[in-house]
Ligand binder design. Structure first.
Ligand SMILES: *Cc1c(COP(=O)(O)O)cnc(C)c1O
Length: 376
């Protein structure tokens, strides 16, 4: 027995894992669910029918195409890039994980500009990467002095941007993104989960933008744009995301991705979805119209409401506690997102834009809840 080391049970996880918080998003029962920015409507019935008709072509006893050739080809055509510049995974979160496994890791740093999507820093920590949380300005836009300061001081191998940003709804300015690309020492990951909801002259990194991969290669050989089928495509249940990136980044991600990480059904679903672009755009139009209406209605209440270029709206009550308001809404069976625990967002709430009926129920519950809480 002399050789036995003193074992401790239960066995502890690795230090960086023991230090992690759980990534939580409360999911209590509620009739109206406006908390996770999903599409309120399913994909078109024709899409489902076509997918069903193609099911017999999927062989379940064989492994799927490991290099996702057809879907990457189709996405490359869609974005007018080469298939070697596309990498797909099970949701954009897995794309982000592959990027961090390949370009982050022990001894390296990533930078986030807070407040922003908490999964960027969370996945980095899972991968034992040090996280530098830089601040945005009061109005949640990028502070370019802070950008250059953290780049010089921390030399990050990855810098994250999110446009439109979750949870603020604000798009990064073109000049801001260009500045980051100019001085970032490593990769710049631009999370564009909500890009199809963005419009206006300020936002120019759309699919057909003038900041393309071929025209200005010196600017973009560190730019990685991450997209998802979860929001605009109404396919959160399928778990499908991808990136458009320089081919050396795609190659590195294939090193860390598990073999056959993309199942055959998701590959097929993505391929078929790309035939239904106009239906996706119609759904996005409907949500953008509703977003304008909900924003106008919220503006009439005692709230501070941020303008949004995404399918959600960030707001803060001027009169009552944010978490109390969230609870009052939940008592009325309306579930939204309490952002209180997110960086710099004490008291903030975020509501996903739903169907007209869902939004009406939310707005009525808001008036009711504010009345109840103010009357206390
Ligand atoms: C919802 C969301 C995603 C989507 O993640 P999936 O894994 O593709 O479902 C990615 N980035 C941001 C900023 C999001 O809000």
């Amino acid at each position: 027995m002399s050789s036995s080391t003193s074992q401790q049970f239960p066995i502890l996880p690795a230090l960086h894992v023991a230090a992690l918080d759980y990534y939580t998003s409360p999911q209590p029962e509620a009739a109206i669910r406006l908390n996770t920015n999903e599409s309120p409507l399913p994909p078109p019935a024709d899409f489902i029918e076509e997918l069903k008709s193609l099911l017999p072509t999927v062989s379940s006893n064989r492994y799927p195409d490991r290099y996702v050739v057809k879907l990457r080809q189709a996405l490359a055509e869609f974005h007018d890039v080469e298939p070697q510049q596309i990498f797909c995974a099970k949701g954009s979160n897995e794309v982000l994980q592959c990027l961090i496994m390949a370009f982050g890791g022990r001894g390296r740093r990533v930078v986030t500009f807070e407040p922003t999507y908490p999964m960027h820093s969370h996945i980095a920590r899972i991968c034992a990467t040090e996280v530098v949380s830089a601040k945005r300005k009061e109005d949640f836009t990028l502070d370019l002095n802070e950008v250059t300061r953290v780049f010089l001081k921390f030399d990050p191998s990855i810098s994250f941007l999110c446009s439109p940003n979750n949870p603020t709804g604000i798009s990064e300015s073109r000049s801001g993104v260009e500045k980051v690309l100019e001085c970032a020492p490593g990769l710049v990951i631009l999370d564009e989960a909500y890009v199809q909801f963005a419009s206006g002259t300020e936002y120019m990194l759309n699919p057909d933008s003038n900041l393309t991969y071929s025209k200005t290669p010196s600017m973009v050989d560190k730019l990685v744009r991450v997209r998802t089928f979860s929001k605009t495509w109404a396919m959160a249940g399928w778990r499908l995301g991808y990136m458009i990136a320089p081919s050396y980044v795609v190659d590195a991600c294939f090193k860390v991705a598990l073999p056959y990480h993309m199942d055959a059904l998701s590959q097929l679903a993505g391929l078929v979805a790309l035939k239904y672009v106009s239906q996706m755009e119609q759904r996005v139009d409907m949500i953008v119209k509703e977003r304008t209406r909900v924003k106008e209605e919220l503006d009439k209440l005692p709230l501070q409401v941020w303008p949004s270029e995404a399918n959600f709206i960030l707001f803060k009550s001027l009169a009552v506690d944010g978490t109390k308001l969230w609870e009052a809404l939940l008592r009325r069976s309306v579930l939204i997102r309490d952002c209180s625990t997110w960086n710099q967002l004490q008291g903030f709430l975020r509501v996903t834009v739903g169907t007209r009926e869902e939004n009406d129920t939310f707005l009525a519950a808001m008036k009711d809840s504010l009345g109840e809480l103010e009357g206390l």
